[in-house]
Design a protein around this ligand. Structure first.
Ligand SMILES: *Cc1c(COP(=O)(O)O)cnc(C)c1O
Length: 352
């Protein structure tokens, strides 16, 4: 299938003249900055917070590129990957006219973002074993279907999507295929980043919020061909990632070993927690997980949820979500936290 990016882009975005900030217009070396109406004396918050951040995050992108292997020109950095999701709607979907496909049960922000942007969503549920219904997705697509969201590993089911299904959709879906890899660091399969050169319609989302442990800084990435990334940079707010976030993530990237150790511990705890849960009489099923959480089917999910809240442990009640009936989504915690969860659940088993 030939790919024509411009044909998919909203006409107003195609001709957009992006905001040109003081920091983006001047690229040379200067000593006196009187171009952005900042406070020249300093900042009560310290550091260089009186200055606007780098709008294109050049330094940070170089460091990210050294880890991702994706060139900086093919990397978008956003205020969380949620910003990237919203930008994709705004770039490709004409409100009230265009559509997106999502495959529930899945991450809730795709639909919320679509609703905010007045974009119709076609829901093609996952199969009973939580895989993509490839034929139904393609059958539901029309020329107005600009975006297809695939969450892999999927939230809340935890599984990764079969690579051959994802490939098939990349080959045959006429719009942009967005693969949300928020949990890829916990998965067996490699990232789809490796396919960026083969598929101009591919956008891979990753985030520093999960394995990287920086949810509070709000930094996420999108990887795609350079023309698509240029569109995301044109549409984003000029200073979408704060100086504090850019500096903190840049420093954290040097401490990857620590993160890798946490991932290893999480995977070990995932196995341990799975075994412990399966020993409980009221646990019906623990679904295989490629993420840092488990989807667990229990008898009387709401009662278990409420009991845990009383025990000061909060999990996510997904029991009313289609295909997740009776399920709780439990994040893998520290060794101590997981032990506390299991102890509480054992006591629930005794009293119920
Ligand atoms: C947590 C999560 C995100 C994270 O978004 P940020 O805005 O980067 O924190 C994205 N996608 C999925 C599927 C998630 O579960």
């Amino acid at each position: 299938m030939t790919f024509d990016l411009a044909a998919l882009v909203r006409p107003n975005i195609r001709v957009l003249k992006p905001y040109s900030s003081a920091r983006s217009e001047f690229a040379g070396e200067a000593e006196v900055f009187l171009d952005a109406n900042e406070n020249a004396f300093g900042s009560p918050a310290g550091l260089s917070y009186n200055r606007y951040p780098d709008p294109v995050q050049s330094q940070l992108k170089k460091l990210i590129a050294s880890i991702s292997g994706v060139p900086a020109e093919q990397t978008f950095v956003g205020n969380g990957s949620d910003e990237a999701i919203d930008l994709l709607f705004r770039i490709f979907c004409r409100p009230g006219k265009d559509e997106a496909i999502i495959c529930p049960p899945t991450y809730g922000m795709y639909k919320v973002s679509a609703d905010i942007n007045d974009v119709a969503v076609r829901e093609i549920p996952l199969t009973a074993n939580f895989q993509l219904n490839v034929d139904a997705v393609l059958a539901a697509a029309s020329p107005a279907t600009k975006l297809l969201f695939i969450c892999s590993p999927n939230n809340p089911t935890g599984n990764i999507m079969r690579p051959q299904d994802v490939m098939h959709l990349l080959l045959h879906f006429g719009g942009i295929v967005v693969i949300d890899e928020a949990y890829i660091h916990f998965a067996q399969e490699p990232s789809m980043i490796a396919e960026l050169d083969s598929f101009p319609n591919l956008v891979v989302l990753q985030t520093f919020s999960k394995a990287w442990g920086m949810a509070g800084l709000r930094v996420g990435t999108a990887y795609a061909n350079r023309d698509l990334i240029a569109l995301m940079n044109a549409v984003k707010p000029p200073y979408n990632v704060s100086t504090a976030a850019q500096m903190a993530v840049a420093e954290a990237l040097a401490r990857r070993d620590e993160v890798d150790q946490w991932i290893e511990r999480t995977l070990g705890e995932r196995d341990r927690l799975t075994d412990a849960l399966l020993e409980l009489a009221f646990v019906r099923q623990v679904y295989p997980s490629d993420a840092n959480f488990l989807l667990v089917r229990v008898d009387s999910a709401l009662a278990v949820y409420k009991y845990l809240v009383v025990e000061k442990i909060v999990v996510r009640d997904r029991s009313t979500v289609r295909l997740c009936e009776g399920c709780l989504r439990i994040t893998i915690g520290t060794e101590d936290e997981n032990a506390r969860l299991i102890a509480a659940l054992k006591a629930f088993g005794v009293h119920s």
